[in-house]
Write a protein that binds this ligand. Structure first.
Ligand SMILES: [Zn+2]
Length: 559
C-alpha cells in the first residue's frame, strides 16, 4: 500500500512533468548553430581498436571520414580516466574526480589541475542534457549498459559515486527525459518485486502514472511512434552483442535503439539532444576479449551510421563520435609477431576472429558450471573454435580462480598471446588521447580537453552553461542564510531538505523535483541534490524564488 504522502508526491510528479513541458524557456537562440545534437560514445577504445574493426568489417567505418582531432582523457585526480568523471566532463564542462557523477571535484587534484574553490566540492554541475530540456528540446539516452551506469548516468544525474545507482535512477525519473533505452530495470523496481529499490519508491509505477510507455523488447520498441518512453531491455546490463542473438534475441541492437530514439525525438520542433553509448566496448577490452570487442564496436559503428543518416538528411544536426578513454592497451601485433610483423597478411591476421562466436563472459558462465580442464576445452572449442591443450585449460582455471566477478578475464589473457596476433598490456584503462569524430554545424577541431566537448554541445545549442548552473543548482544554505536549512535523514533512504524561512516551512525531497510549501505541492524544473560529503543541499533557483515569495521571471540560459 503506497503511503498517503506518496500519493501527494505522485500527483506532484504529474504536475511537475506538466510544468517541465510548460515552464521551459523560449527556444529560438540566436547563437544556436544546430537544432539537434547527437553524442555517441564508444566506451574504452581508441585508434587501434577502430583499425581492428575496420579490417574485420572489410569496409570503411561510418565515422572514418569525420575525424576532426582527438581528446585528452585525463581526469582531475589521475592521468588515466574512469568513465564516470570522463563522461561528467563531456556532459558538464567540468573536470572532476574518480567515480564522481557530474558533481564538482574535491581538493585532491593532479598537480596540473588547479585545486577547485571549496564551494565547488561535490556541487552538482548542470549537464547539456538538462540544458536541452530547459530549452524545450526533447532529450534521450541510449546505452547497452544499465542506464544508471557511469556514462549515461553522467548526463542525467548527480552523485558522489557511480555506485549510487538507485539514487541515479531516482533523479533520472524525475528529470522528465523523453526517451531512455537500455538496461537497468532493477533500479526502477522495489526489492519485493524482484528489483533493487528499498526506499519504497516504485519508480516503474510512477513512470506509468506519469504517462510514460514502458517497453521491454525489440518488437514493443519498434511499435513505438511518439511520446515518452522507457525501454528497459534487461534487469541489469544488456548482452554483449556477440551473445545477444543467441541468448536474448528479443533485445534490440544499439543501432535499432538509436534509430528509434531519433525517430521519436525528432518529432519535437525545437530539436533534441541524444547521448548514445556503446558501453560494452570497454568491458571487452577490460577482458582482453577480441571477439567481444569486434562485435560491440561494429554495433557502435552501425549506431553512428544511424545518426549520420539522420544528420545528413536533416542538415541541422551536430554529431560527435568519440571515446572517454582507452582500455586494455590493445594493439594489432603482439610478441608473437615480433619476427612476422612486416609480413602480416589480412586473412592470416583475421582468421582466428572469424571463427569466434561467443564472448568470454558467456563462455566463463558455461565453465563455472563444471570447473574442469575438459569442460574448459569443450567450451573454448565451441565458443572460439580453438583446440587448446590441457595445460592451457588448467592455466585458464588458475588465472580465473582468484578473480571474483571478472573471472572471464582469464580466457583472453591466456589465449590471445598464443592464438591471435593482437596484444593487450592491461585489464584496466590507459591514458592516451582518443580520436574525435564530428559531423555537422558547430563541429570542433584539433586536440581538445575533455570538458571542451560540453562547451561544443552547449555552444551548438546556444546554451550558456554558467547560467544553467545558476538556474538549477543553488546552495540552499547560502540562499537562506537568513533562514534555517537542514536535511532530515530520519528516513535514511528518503532524505528531505527542510527550509524554514520567516516561519514558512518548505520541504524538498532529495533526488526528486518537488517543493512542498505549507500544505501545497509544487513541481520544479530540476532535481534536488544532497552532497553528504559536505552536508550541503542544492535546489533549483525556482524553488528559492517560490519560498521567498518572489515573482521575478527566472533568468534565461541562452548564450
Ligand atoms: Zn572501463
Amino acid at each position: 500500500m503506497i503511503r498517503p504522502e506518496r500519493h501527494r508526491w505522485l500527483a506532484a510528479g504529474l504536475l511537475a512533468l506538466l510544468a517541465i513541458a510548460i515552464l521551459g524557456v523560449a527556444p529560438v537562440l540566436a547563437a544556436a548553430k544546430a537544432r539537434n545534437v547527437i553524442v555517441l560514445i564508444a566506451d574504452g577504445c581508441a585508434s587501434e581498436q577502430h583499425t581492428f574493426a575496420r579490417w574485420f568489417k572489410g569496409a570503411p567505418l561510418s565515422y572514418d571520414p569525420y575525424q576532426v582531432g582527438a581528446i585528452k582523457t585525463y581526469i582531475a585526480d589521475s592521468v588515466i580516466a574512469d568513465s564516470a568523471p570522463a563522461a561528467s566532463a563531456f556532459a558538464t564542462g567540468v573536470r572532476t574526480n574518480d567515480k564522481f557523477i557530474s558533481v564538482g571535484p574535491n581538493q585532491n587534484t593532479l598537480s596540473v589541475v588547479p585545486p577547485p574553490p571549496e564551494e565547488l566540492w561535490y556541487k552538482p554541475v548542470a549537464t547539456v542534457l538538462e540544458g536541452a530540456r530547459l530549452m524545450k528540446k526533447a532529450t534521450g539516452i541510449v546505452a547497452t549498459s544499465r542506464v544508471t551506469h557511469a556514462t549515461p548516468a553522467a548526463y542525467i544525474a548527480h552523485a558522489p559515486s557511480r555506485g549510487d545507482e538507485d539514487d541515479i535512477m531516482e533523479q533520472a525519473v524525475h528529470q522528465g527525459i523523453d526517451v531512455v533505452f537500455g538496461g537497468g530495470k532493477r533500479h526502477l523496481v522495489l526489492k519485493e518485486f524482484k528489483g533493487r529499490r528499498t526506499d519504497g519508491d516504485n519508480l516503474y509505477e510512477h513512470l506509468k502514472t506519469w504517462g510514460y510507455q514502458i517497453v521491454e523488447n525489440r518488437e514493443q520498441m519498434q511499435s513505438l511512434a511518439s511520446g515518452r518512453v522507457y525501454g528497459m531491455f534487461a534487469a541489469s546490463h544488456m548482452d554483449p552483442e556477440i551473445d545477444r542473438p543467441r541468448l536474448h534475441p528479443g533485445q534490440p541492437t544499439l543501432a535499432e535503439m538509436t534509430r528509434k530514439a531519433i525517430e521519436i525525438l525528432a518529432r519535437n520542433k525545437n530539436g533534441f539532444f541524444l547521448m548514445v553509448e556503446g558501453s560494452q566496448v570497454d568491458w571487452a577490452c577490460h577482458a582482453n576479449d577480441p571477439a567481444y570487442l569486434l562485435s560491440d564496436l561494429l554495433a557502435f559503428d552501425m549506431a553512428v551510421q544511424a545518426a549520420l543518416d539522420f544528420a545528413r538528411k536533416d542538415g541541422n544536426t551536430l554529431v560527435l563520435a568519440m571515446s572517454d578513454h582507452n582500455t586494455g592497451g590493445f594493439s594489432i601485433g603482439n610478441y608473437a609477431t615480433d619476427g612476422l610483423y612486416p609480413r602480416m597478411k589480412v586473412e592470416k591476421f583475421l582468421e582466428p576472429f572469424r571463427r569466434m562466436q561467443a564472448s568470454s563472459i558467456a563462455m566463463m558462465a558455461q565453465i563455472e558450471k563444471d570447473k574442469t580442464p575438459a569442460r574448459v576445452q569443450a567450451v573454448i572449442k565451441d565458443g572460439w573454435a580453438l583446440e587448446i591443450t590441457d595445460e592451457e585449460a588448467r592455466k585458464i582455471l588458475a588465472a580465473a580462480a582468484p578473480r571474483a566477478d571478472d573471472a572471464y578475464y582469464a580466457i583472453g589473457e591466456v589465449l590471445c598471446p598464443k592464438y591471435t596476433y593482437v596484444g593487450w598490456t592491461t585489464h584496466g584503462h590507459t591514458g592516451g588521447d582518443v580520436p574525435l569524430f564530428a559531423f555537422g554545424p558547430g563541429k570542433p577541431g584539433g586536440i581538445v580537453e575533455a570538458p571542451d566537448i560540453a562547451r561544443v554541445c552547449a555552444s551548438a545549442m546556444g546554451l550558456d552553461l554558467a547560467r544553467l548552473n545558476e538556474r538549477l543548482f543553488v546552495d540552499a544554505a547560502k540562499a537562506f542564510a537568513d533562514g534555517k536549512v537542514g536535511v532530515d535523514k530520519s528516513d535514511p533512504a528518503n532524505p528531505v531538505v527542510k527550509i524554514d524561512y520567516r516561519g514558512r516551512p518548505a520541504e524538498l525531497p532529495v533526488n526528486k523535483n518537488f517543493l512542498k510549501l505549507g500544505e501545497r505541492l509544487f513541481p520544479l524544473e530540476g532535481v534536488v541534490v544532497y552532497a553528504p560529503a559536505t552536508g550541503r543541499a542544492y535546489i533549483p533557483l525556482q524553488a528559492v524564488r517560490m519560498i521567498r515569495g518572489e515573482k521575478a521571471a527566472l533568468p534565461g540560459i541562452a548564450n
